[in-house]
Design a protein around this ligand. Structure first.
Ligand SMILES: Nc1nc2c(ncn2[C@@H]2O[C@H](COP(=O)(O)OP(=O)(O)OP(=O)(O)O)[C@@H](O)[C@H]2O)c(=O)[nH]1
Ligand SMILES: [Mg+2]
Ligand SMILES: [Zn+2]
Length: 399
């Protein structure tokens, strides 16, 4: 596992430097979320733990925060701070460097984050209040895959409780919109496996298209995994699979029943960190169990009446692999609304639309109702797949 300790995170060195240097008093202006407002409930990711949502982190009382009352949105934090990036994550206040450890978040359960500091050593952590207050737009301040600095009360004790005092800047993150806020699904990954099933539940190509846009937007290499191919004729999948493959997206056809494609998946995951996303019931956890024998992740039944799956996996979890690298298993997603993509940007994320966009008569062409639209001509001429075009229209409409 690549721990931040090995790559000299700015976090720890920063903390150590601070411990030596005389602390400088600085103030920062930061966006705050009112703590006692009716908060938006989390979705399926941590459903079962949502009752703890309102509880407060015990560490917050140690921070000095002043403001003009509950109505003010900006407050001044006083203390010794070193840096604040636009997401406000790099604030450090009175961190006790001697009791700090670097680690990686492997799972988030409501208010508790499980952080691994070395293989097999896990700490149950709360998140320092100030980090939560600064992350106004986020559903969760820390997510599986994050590299963090934790502060333990007593390093010599066996008590594995700690507080996350810093979240390292994320190399990348895959997000969606959930109840108007950003939900980061996972961070710091090389690959995103977009898992769909050929049947049970039925293939939803437009949902895959959304994940593709999201992966491209995050700069994460997507790999489409079409699971449960034992249930269909492969030739039936060819039209839709062929179009993705032509655009340069890798597609792996798999079955956990016959073992098809599993070896190919192992090649992809080896030595890399990957997130596994897709609708509930498509077989994400089953695939992980096939890739790594002995894992024994819980898998669910797909109820035949609604074909929706039952959200067997309830929170994202980072799993180390014997072949090197990690997989982040995530709960199924029913709807995937893109985060931070404007309607006019959607076309640019459709690799197959892009070559035609500049040929349209109007520079702000939406490729929907306009005459003289090169995208629509391309559809009419059979140069652009009709399903992909409709998927574009649907996505544009909903963003
Ligand atoms: N026929 C067939 N069934 C499969 C295959 N892979 C998984 N399944 C079944 O699909 C069902 C759902 O599998 P899970 O692995 O729990 O699906 P998931 O994507 O992890 O679901 P969530 O955790 O709810 O998001 C289980 O009953 C599996 O046995 C496959 O390749 N073929
Ligand atoms: Mg699962
Ligand atoms: Zn156009």
């Amino acid at each position: 596992m690549r721990y931040p300790g090995e790559r000299r995170p700015r976090g720890l060195s920063g903390i150590r430097a601070m411990a030596k240097k005389k602390k400088s008093k600085k103030t920062v202006r930061a966006e705050f979320r009112k703590r006692h407002d009716a908060r938006i409930r989390k979705n399926d990711f941590t459903r079962e733990f949502s009752d703890q949502d309102q509880a407060l982190d015990e560490s917050k009382s140690r921070e000095r925060v002043s403001g003009k009352g509950s109505l003010t949105r900006k407050r001044t934090i006083s203390g010794s701070t070193n840096e604040v990036d636009e997401s406000g994550f790099q604030v450090e206040l009175d961190v006790d460097a001697a009791n700090c450890l670097a680690g990686r978040v492997i799972r988030v359960h409501g208010l508790t984050s499980i952080v691994e500091t070395e293989p097999g050593v896990e700490f149950h952590c709360t998140v320092r209040g100030i980090l939560k207050s600064l992350a106004t737009d986020l559903q969760h301040v820390v997510v599986s895959g994050d590299f963090v600095t934790i502060q333990v009360a007593d390093r010599s004790s066996d008590d594995r409780q700690a507080v996350i005092v810093r979240v390292e800047p994320r190399r990348n993150q895959i997000s969606r919109t959930s109840r108007k806020r950003q939900q980061i699904i996972a961070s710091n990954v090389d690959l995103a496996f977009i898992v769909a099933s050929a049947a049970e539940p039925a293939l939803k190509p437009n949902l895959v298209d959304r994940f593709l846009v999201s992966a491209d937007k995050s700069g994460i290499q997507p790999v489409i995994v079409l699971n449960k191919v034992d249930l269909v004729e492969l030739s039936d999948l060819q039209p839709v699979v062929g179009v993705w493959a032509q655009m340069g997206y890798p597609v792996v056809m798999t079955s956990t029943v016959t073992g098809a494609g599993i070896e190919q998946l192992r090649h992809w995951v080896e030595g890399r960190d990957s997130v596994v996303t897709g609708q509930s019931g498509v077989g994400k956890s089953s695939l992980l169990n096939s890739i790594e024998p002995g894992l024994q992740l819980r898998v669910g039944d797909v109820s035949r009446e609604n074909q929706k799956g039952r959200h067997t996996t309830t929170s994202a979890v980072l799993i180390p692999l014997n072949c090197g690298g990690h997989l982040i298993d995530t709960p199924g997603i029913r709807q995937f609304q893109l985060w931070d993509v404007l309607p006019e940007e959607v076309g640019g994320f459709f690799r197959d639309l892009r070559p035609f966009i500049n040929e349209c008569r109007f520079p702000d062409c939406t490729h929907t109702h306009e005459e003289d639209c090169a995208v629509k001509w391309a559809v009419a001429d059979g140069k652009l797949d009709v399903r992909r075009y409709e998927s574009y229209c649907q996505m544009r409409e909903s963003e």
